[in-house]
Design a protein around this ligand. Sequence first.
Ligand code: HEM
Length: 402
Amino acid sequence: MLSVSKGGSMKQIPVDQSLSIAELTADPYPTYRRLRAECPLLDVPAIGRIMVTKAAHTKHIKEHPELFSSDDPSTPMERAFQAKTLMRRDGADHMRLRRAMQPAFTARHIREVWKPLFAEVVAAYVDRLPTDRPVDLFGELTAPVAARCLAHLLGLTNASDDDLIFWSQALIDGAGNFGWQPGPFEVSDRANDQMQACFDTARDAKLRTPDESVMSVQLHSDDPIDWADMISNLKIAIGGGINEPRDAALTAVYGILSNPDQHRALVTGEVSWNVAMEEAIRWVAPIQATSRLVKADTSIDGYFVPAGRVLLVSKASANRDEDVFEDGERFNIFREKKPHQAFGNGPHFCMGTHIARMLIGDLLLPRLFATFPSIQLDPARPVEWRGFGFRGPICLSVLLAP
Ligand code: HEM
């Protein structure tokens, strides 16, 4: 239920006492659609934040870090990661940590080092899929592929796919634990202990034998950051580098298979697989929302936004904003090309953007659909979606052969 009280020349942000985390986790999109139409900012006590749902506002907030800081003291992320990561820092402090990883993400590295290596991983993992039973692509393809590619990128090939998948999920569940329940933090603490052991072993190896990985470029920099910061960078990359490509690829496969005309246009080459990848993350952004702390009293769209409040900036909602996208609720690779916000905006723009595009658009989707031309959704097991802070299919069962 919405309550609106007006005072002074600026509008007061309505408060919704009834909106729950459970409702948002099941499906936040009907709420976002209603808010975009009725009131673009909403104070939601259940998450302790003000939701921001219009594309122009979310972009403005991300592009003005001097007014909207990433250093949100109320976020569960710091507790989950046992570190104040670069995602929660601003200005020079943030840039120094970001720059430490940058040499592993250059266009040349992506083209000459990661793409050939990732192509081998994708081929091996696609080709081993069974054709005599339904396959859940979540557990059998997209999560392990993303994990193995990330192991190479980060220089953590001493970790198994299962290790990395567990760590990534534990960090994300902890970072999204807006209700501050003890359970998710117990799991993330266990993951942190395991990661620490893995990082220590990998560091010794990379000190002896440098390579192109994130671990190695951080260690061998001319002006290295502290080991604790290198670790927190690696944790951010683990948190962001598995679940997001996993969910993006699953969303793309689901969108393609549930729209036969679009499927046809992709396999005939009329539309590129990269377009399908981009449309998938516009349609269901894997990172749905991020927090920003308001540094000084300000206003957005005539609403008074006081210093000290935390905004929940919804890329998920921005990416379906009627002011930008026609019929944004629909997966449609034929739509007019417009910039989406699934990789963020401003100084924290996703570092893995080009890696993710290459992995999913250049390699994974083309290989999967070329290897299994009869692939179809499993009629016996419909797709299930979940997530509020992060969102994607939690199961995508397909039949690979007729
Ligand atoms: C489709 C896949 C992906 C999506 C949708 C995605 C999305 C995002 C978003 C929205 C942010 C910014 C959050 C904010 O504004 O606060 C971000 C940050 C980041 N992402 Fe990604 N990501 C993806 C894949 C990856 C991959 C594969 C990596 C590789 C390691 C990665 C590494 C990072 C890092 C390091 C940051 C932090 C940047 C900073 O704070 O300066 N991401 N990602």
